[in-house]
Design a protein around this ligand. Structure first.
Ligand code: SF4
Ligand code: SF4
Length: 313
């Protein structure tokens, strides 16, 4: 089959992305994100990556998609809204972050991205492509900005004017040229500093980076060492992630509920009491979180946090 002209394939990819349920889709020309190299190196050298040592490794590879897909020409960036009202927590019940309410987003998005790749290959069988969801080798937020999806807020999370910031970024690196979107260059935070002022642990730096060593999301999900009592006292009952800086952001005031069935929280999880959380057995943990992002955390680490936070609310 003769591949359609660049313009047509760009249009068709965006149309297919919409059909697959993506809320956003933009294209950027591939290239080396050189301006991010020194920023990333400085951030890591200050220890702000905590014990995520992998972030400090191979930075020259992480800024160059050609290492991932030789001959990369374009970066396709998708956004998938996961916003919903708070479904659980409060009154002493441990709180989990919205992004972990349903099925692990990696699986949900990867499947959609791979269907999009199948479609691209039908249009152009010579295209080589790989999909990435929240994976270390790519600077996803930087590419989302390049593809016009939004700007990094003071809390460092990407914000889109239409849907806010509660969305997952998915990426396809591909060897065909597309019609590129204009990068997002404007900063729509204005004078607002609500996220900085509301962060319970003062983890947001003035230069739109996060000191992960202070961030509740890191301390409850990635950290290899338990949080201290002094830290846990500031967690506000959060045991897996933190939405605070996004909750206060005016750009999320009109966020619409997602429409992804897999992101729905099951009834049992919604109704768990503090006692239920504290008595979670390894078998129950596995059953409840087998398909969830929470299941990526080791049981004993997760329970360590549940116990510590419950005692220090
Ligand atoms: S996720 Fe929570 S702790 Fe981390 S920067 Fe945002 S408000 Fe602060
Ligand atoms: S809360 Fe205000 S400063 Fe923070 S990201 Fe939102 S608009 Fe920007």
């Amino acid at each position: 089959m003769e591949p359609p002209e660049g313009k047509n394939i760009s249009f068709l990819i965006k149309e297919r992305a919409r059909e697959l349920g993506f809320d956003l889709c933009g294209f950027a020309p591939s290239g080396i994100l050189s301006e991010h190299e020194s920023r990333l190196k400085t951030w890591c050298s200050q220890g702000m990556n905590g014990d995520m040592a992998y972030l400090a490794r191979n930075i020259e590879k992480r800024i160059n998609p050609d290492f991932l897909v030789p001959g990369a020409k374009s970066i396709i960036v998708t956004g998938l809204n996961y916003y919903s009202e708070r479904q659980q927590g409060g009154n002493g019940v441990p709180v989990i972050s919205r992004y972990a309410y349903g099925t692990n987003y990696h699986d949900v998005i990867k499947e959609k991205l791979d269907l999009l790749i199948d479609y691209i290959k039908i249009q152009n069988p010579e295209a080589e492509a790989r999909s990435f969801v929240d994976s270390a080798p790519l600077l996803e937020k930087a590419w989302a900005k390049e593809a016009g999806l939004g700007w990094p807020g003071r809390h460092s999370i990407l914000i889109n004017k239409s849907i806010g910031s509660f969305f997952f970024i998915g990426i396809i690196v591909v060897t065909i040229r597309l019609d590129y979107d204009n990068p997002s260059v404007e900063d729509h935070c204005g004078e607002c500093r609500l996220c900085i002022e509301s962060c319970p642990t003062a983890a947001i730096n003035e230069n739109r980076t996060i000191d992960v060593r202070k961030c509740i999301a890191y301390l409850t999900i990635e950290s290899k060492t338990p949080a201290t009592v002094a830290q846990a006292e500031k967690f506000g009952g959060r045991v897996f992630g933190c939405d605070k800086c996004q909750e206060v952001c005016p750009w999320n005031a009109r966020a619409k509920r997602h429409t992804v069935a897999e992101f729905e929280m099951n009834k049992e999880l919604k109704e768990m009491t503090t006692e239920d959380w504290l008595q979670l057995t390894p078998a129950k943990f596995k059953e409840l979180f087998r398909k969830s992002a929470i299941g990526r955390r080791k049981y004993h680490r997760f329970m360590e946090t549940v116990e510590l936070v419950s005692k220090n609310m």
